[in-house]
Design a protein around this ligand. Structure first.
Ligand SMILES: Nc1ncnc2c1ncn2[C@@H]1O[C@H](COP(=O)(O)OS(=O)(=O)O)[C@@H](OP(=O)(O)O)[C@H]1O
Length: 464
């Protein structure tokens, strides 16, 4: 009996060993086949080449946009995350830019109820106080969004920040701007109430709002809370600066050797007259750099300098401010002012630059596109900081018409978050130093650039 049992166990063990051997053989054969199949691929595309490709062409620094998001407790965000969707941070496509005490917080809160809207919680103050920190910094302050969701931010002081419109335009010309206004009197009271809550020693409202402090006198329109309530004063500048396409159109035309001093056949105005009239310093600079004649007179005998109210433009033109020009805000009569933008509304919403506009087919194409054609005419450059531990390049885009050494330097500094004064040189890789505008104008798409800093250890303002 015992002998029979031992034999049975022996047979079972032999069968088990046979099965194990067979399974092991099959498994190993599969492995060998896959490795053999994979090897030729590795030989023709070595891993090291792949890494080089990433090294050379990665355009955006790899930053985790999901980790470190513990503070984001929005239920809808959690829900999306649970569904395995990958959110990322985007620059805002809409901004609530003012006005202070106009109900901007309420507006933002109402809009963000929509599930496809995500908003930065607090005021980011990028276009006024934090612009130097660069767009990467700005983006890092935005909430995570999914594809199709809209990012929105509110900072009421953008409305009164002179540089804000141009800066927003540089970020994205099609950014939607929302302004909520309120009865200027109640707005002023609300503004004052907030100030006095912080500074209880402030004088009473009545003694600040009237010109000489006595009730019933003229309103002091230079006092902040009143001044801010004269909305059209700020709106006018905003609307002017929002004529995005025209700045680029002027440059596009100039690049085609158009008649820079061409006059409008009806009023004799030149492009420089219009740029001055609209206090558009950037266009004035472009025109002057391109050889515009500042002494050309229109049919009324006015030079460009005679139609501007901007002291800085007057400085550029080397003249004196014409106080008798009826276009400037008349401070002495308080709230009486001339709405330039409406009074001189250009045809089709575009600056009148005389015959230049109709001369060029490229230009007429620009009128019909939502984004200026110059956007398609951007030069894409690859940029990194010399000696950085991060070897990746980032992509930067510069409109070709804007290509000057200074513009390039400015954009590079903004992108890499360094001060211009810290830059020792801009190097076109592998070994050419860029020195002047003509060097920059010769750059081609995809050119790799390095910013070399004077003191590498002290240059990073913000780590990413
Ligand atoms: N829905 C709605 N409609 C009208 N007014 C409203 C609304 N919601 C808020 N408010 C009033 O707006 C004032 C605050 O404005 P802001 O949010 O723009 O303030 S801030 O600039 O961000 O500090 C503040 O005004 P005061 O109470 O007079 O100070 C709010 O009461």
């Amino acid at each position: 009996m015992e002998l029979v049992l031992t034999r049975k166990i022996l047979i079972a063990l032999i069968i088990l060993a046979g099965i194990s051997l067979y399974v092991s053989f099959i498994f190993n054969s599969c492995l060998v086949t896959s490795i053999t199949k994979a090897l030729p691929k590795w030989r023709s595309h070595p891993l090291v080449l792949k890494e080089n490709r990433i090294f050379h062409y990665t355009s955006v620094r790899v930053v985790s946009l999901i980790e470190g998001n513990e503070t984001d407790i929005s239920p809808k965000y959690k829900l999306f995350k649970e569904q395995g969707l990958q959110p990322s941070r985007q620059l805002p496509s809409a901004l609530i830019i003012g006005v202070k005490k106009g109900g901007t917080r309420a507006l933002l809160e109402f809009i963000r109820i929509h599930p496809d809207v995500r908003a930065a919680g607090s005021e980011v103050h990028f276009f006024d106080k934090n612009y130097i920190k660069g767009f990467q910094w700005y983006r890092s302050h935005m909430p995570s969004t999914l594809e199709g969701q809209l990012t929105i931010e509110k900072t009421p002081s953008y409305f009164i920040t002179k540089e804000a419109p141009h800066r927003v335009q540089l970020m994205n010309p099609s950014t939607k701007l929302l302004v909520v206004v309120r009865d200027p009197v109640t707005r002023a009271i609300s503004d004052y109430t907030q100030s006095i809550s912080k500074k209880p020693e402030m004088k009473p409202f009545e003694s600040l709002v009237f010109a000489n402090g006595s009730v019933g006198a003229l309103i002091d329109t230079s006092w902040g809370p009143v001044k801010l309530g004269i909305y059209s004063r700020y709106l006018e500048k905003l609307l002017e600066a929002s004529c995005v396409g025209d700045i680029e159109a002027v440059a596009a035309l100039l690049s085609q050797n158009t008649d820079i001093n061409g006059k409008n056949i009806v009023n004799g105005w030149t492009a420089l007259h219009w740029a001055c009239k609209r206090n558009n310093e950037e266009i004035v600079r472009i025109l002057l750099n391109s050889g515009a004649n500042k002494d050309t007179v229109n049919n009324k005998g006015e030079k460009p300098v005679d139609v501007t109210t901007s002291e800085s433009i007057v400085g550029l033109l080397g003249g004196t401010l014409n106080k008798s020009t009826g276009n400037h805000f008349d401070e002495e009569v308080g709230v009486r002012f001339s709405p330039n933008y409406l009074k001189n509304a250009p045809l089709n919403g575009q600056v009148d630059i005389g015959r230049l506009r109709s001369k060029h087919t490229d230009f007429s194409a620009m009128q019909t596109t939502a984004l200026p054609a110059a956007q398609n005419d951007d030069l894409v450059l690859l940029l990194r900081r010399h000696g950085s531990t991060d070897p990746d390049f980032i992509e930067i885009e510069i409109p070709k018409w804007k290509l000057t050494y200074n513009t390039l330097l400015k954009i590079c500094c903004e992108e890499l978050e360094v001060f211009e004064g810290q830059v020792e040189r801009i190097r076109k890789l592998p070994n050419t130093r860029l020195r002047k505008d003509t060097d920059v104008k010769r750059l081609l798409n995809g050119q790799e650039l390095e910013i070399v800093l004077k003191t590498p250890n002290d240059t990073i303002l913000h780590s990413t």
